[in-house]
Design a protein around this ligand. Structure first.
Ligand code: UDP
Ligand code: MG
Length: 332
């Protein structure tokens, strides 16, 4: 498959780019405790883009506060491959911030954020480039087979997309992660966005541009372990929804109106009952149910307000998205 693709790509390249300078491709790779995977990743990518007359690869590794020897390893690899850039962040800022840092630094004509664990197959980039040459500014990698992810992860992702796309604007394409090819123009647009809390999937969708999709089946992680557990994913989903929709805030007006109407009806029923059947013994059980129901409802409403207020608060501080300790690059 890979060899066939490479052959196809090479003929396309010959048709399109003969006599033109090679395509500058930036790979933006956030890494957090990935000492086991970076070597395998680079070896694989180097094997695919082995003709510098056609594609020149620039690696941008963002060391997201790794506590293992990922950084040392990257610097060692950099000695052999001078087109590696390493942005060393001052601590773990999370994948979204790391991606933002990498996109700022990428200089390529086309830019591809990609996971280092080879769950996003680098050979797909060849197909993406062909699409880009057809005039698409964004080429998404869509996972058609996610059996490598756990059942719980797939189910929760499904629910997330369903809810998010019902209430938020713009729609996030389902089963699409950060793995995509973007034209320079798209990356410039992303770098212009001022918010400091960055849900990249949403921001990617927000900027728009002419978009194509390529399907692939998601492989198992080649080594190491996933950095996203259930709680982190839940917070990630909350971030996504609250970043791009205010519906959860507005819905409380309608819930409030509905509950008031029901209690008004309930009051009317009680009055009529007393009028027609005489004095009734006040119901302790129904009273408790109503009180606790309304109490719960109010707490949920306050909780939702809190989610937004907290985010507005953090955003209003205008803190930078990440802090760089040092950038390691070979000049010239
Ligand atoms: N990652 C990161 N910072 C974090 C967590 C993850 O830079 O705080 C990187 C990680 O090194 C990998 C990518 O994000 O390159 C995807 O992470 P992972 O494979 O753990 O996520 P999953 O594929 O399980 O969703
Ligand atoms: Mg992974």
């Amino acid at each position: 498959m890979t060899i066939e693709l490479q052959a196809k790509f090479q003929t396309e390249q010959e048709q399109h780019i003969r006599g033109q300078p090679p395509l500058a491709l930036s790979l933006v790779v956030p890494v957090y405790n990935e000492a086991e995977t970076v070597g395998i990743f680079i070896e694989q990518v180097e094997g695919i883009f082995n003709n510098p007359d056609e594609v020149v690869v620039e690696y941008i590794f963002i060391n997201d506060g790794s506590t293992d020897n990922t950084l040392e390893l990257l610097l060692l690899l950099q000695r052999r491959l001078p087109h590696i850039k390493v942005i060393d962040l001052s601590r773990n800022f999370g994948k979204e911030a790391a991606l933002s840092a990498g996109l700022r630094c990428a200089t390529g004509q086309v830019v591809v954020p990609i996971d280092v664990d080879l769950q996003d197959p680098p050979e797909l980039i060849l197909q993406m480039i062909v699409k880009w040459q057809e005039g698409y500014e964004v080429v998404l990698g869509r996972r058609i087979d996610r059996t490598s992810d756990s059942w719980a992860k797939r189910a929760s992702a499904n629910w997330f997309y369903r809810i998010h796309n019902k209430i938020a604007d713009p729609i996030i394409p389902e089963n699409v992660g950060d793995f995509r090819l973007m034209d320079r123009q798209v990356v410039d647009a992303l770098n212009e966005l001022p918010e400091s809390r960055r849900f990249m999937k949403g921001l990617f969708a927000w900027v728009g541009f002419r978009t194509a999709c390529i399907d692939y089946s998601r492989a198992e992680r080649v080594a190491g372990t996933s950095k996203f557990n259930g709680w982190r994913l839940w917070n990630f989903a909350l971030e996504g929804i609250t970043s791009f929709s205010t519906d959860p805030l507005k819905i409380w007006t309608y819930v409030g109106v509905a509950v008031s109407l029901v209690s008004f009806l309930f009051a009317a029923v009680i009055v009529l009952k007393v009028l027609f059947t005489g004095i009734d013994v006040p119901g302790y059980a129904s009273l408790m149910v109503m009180v606790s129901f309304l109490g719960g409802l109010q707490l949920i409403g306050i909780g939702v307000l809190g989610e937004y207020l907290g985010r507005t608060y953090l955003e209003s501080k205008r803190r930078p998205i990440y802090l760089v300790r040092r950038i390691y690059e070979n000049k010239g």
